[in-house]
Design a protein around this ligand. Sequence first.
Ligand code: ADP
Ligand code: ZN
Length: 605
Amino acid sequence: MTIQPLEILQQTYGYDAFRGQQAEVIDHVIAGGDAFVLMPTGSGKSLCYQIPALCREGLTIVISPLIALMHDQIMALENLGISAGAINSSMAFAEVKTIRQQARDGSLDLLYVAPERLMMPEFLEFLDSCKISLFAIDEAHCVSQWGHDFRPDYAALSMLAERFANVPRIALTATADEPTRKDIVQRLGLQNGREFISGFDRPNIHYSIVNRDNPKRQLWKFITDNHENDSGIIYCISRKKVEQLATWLREQGLDALPYHAGLSAEIRNKNQTHFLRGEKVVMVATIAFGMGIDKPDVRFVVHMNIPKNIEAYYQETGRAGRDGLPANAYMIYGMDDAAMQRGWINGGDANDKQKRIEHQKLDALLGLCEAVNCRRQILLKYFGDASEPCKNCDTCQTKPEVFDGTVTTQKALSCAHRTEQRFGVGYLIDVLLGADDERIKRFKHDQQSTFGIGTEHSKKDWQSIFRQLVAQNFLEVDIAGHGGLSITEKGRNFLNEKQTIELRKPQKQTTTEKLKRKIKTTNTALKTEQDKDLYQALKTIRAELAKLKKLPAYVIFHDKTLIELATHKPQSLDDMLAINGIGETKLKRYGQEFLDVILIDAKTA
Ligand code: ADP
Ligand code: ZN
């Protein structure tokens, strides 16, 4: 009799039941169907191909973009007693030969390769000599040029459908909007398969976006208030900023490391490994970092500048809280970010249509930054999901106040108009406030009707107002010139059609205070002092074992499993099997060590 998926889930992985659409996907793929799977990060996509790999006869090829991470993935599988290997350019010939032998003789269940390897004629021939049961294409959004991580190597994967017509294919991703989805299905020839699209929500992630004021101070307060003992990722816009910030954080005593494409592969790998293995490591990085990072206990993701678009934002923030425990996404946003992103789009070599799409995507992101309603609702709507206000984001917790901004907007736009639409925010505000300024006099703008008509708002207020008008695309920043603001078509329509508008009252910088109460809930399951102590003792033994076996701590057990052990306190190895995340192999390998800690604790309590 063949082994059932549920038995594998329980015995090998140590989990009670499938989540969401996992069971459906798995049944469909085991039966030989093609599938496109869109599920949020941390929802358990890997099982959707790993379990079919174990149930179907033959070898499953997993196509994964990052060689550097294959090793950890394979260690995690081996730790569950699953036979998996990789073939990549960093391996010695003898090692490759062994893996190939195992692949051919059927002793290997999963083989991880990068797309460029897969496409080598010699490798394809080798695959012909194996019995292939399934192709799993991970991070499938890389196939599409509408996706935000397009990789040309991935595009070549379209040949799988022809060359291996009888082998089912499953493509998996956590981020893809409608056009990207269609593109992936078409390119990978999955039209006859099924699409499994789960909700995008990551309820355990708290979202907040604050205006840039003093970024270092804002960051430092955010970390010290909420995440002093946690691992996190901080995204910066440039390599230089990454280096500076990492150095500064180290000076403040944090275990912070830089990561960007300008570092040698050796250093990048070293830093990445340190981050993956460590428990309180902060990675300061450009967007070069993060794809395929499976570290489950990343407790926060900070953006020091705005990301490229909402998909990128969701993907990047999605690296927090994979283990389902509370996590934080915190963005520090300023209007110059928007100008910079626009400049990159315009200066890029995409065609006009593509550029227009990219500008629209950026507009959607700016709308998110300036939102007066639930951030999560906006995010989910962007991906096509309707939802209620979440109560777990900054705008839900502290509703931004709005005011009728119709007259204010008229003043701002006419001021730009009367100064020939070639001056930046600072100048326009000076004119609106009637400042005594040489330049204004020289250009005779003190004689315009808009001079001094904006004194009902402060300078700071006006900055916020202009930011919103740019975010809502009433004004645009001329990046090629000197940052002058000009009125867009939408802005002209607003004036001509006498439309009305609500604006957000300038944000007060109290967000981190509010966050504090909400977020220190990671361990709320640990109610008594005794549970907390036991949890720490279990963490200590886990750290020792991890060091001994040269494994990331979470590969041994997740925090969630330790929390359950500390609260349920199983008294025998058999009892331990009932804990989430403890399957047969892990029980055999580590059960006794952890049980001893629990039993000793019970005696001394
Ligand atoms: P994704 O690839 O979708 O980001 P993973 O496959 O890495 O997510 O799974 C996230 C975590 O959830 C992993 O630790 C995984 O073992 C766990 N997990 C997956 N499926 C289940 C399940 N049915 N029950 C409990 N935990 C699960
Ligand atoms: Zn909300």
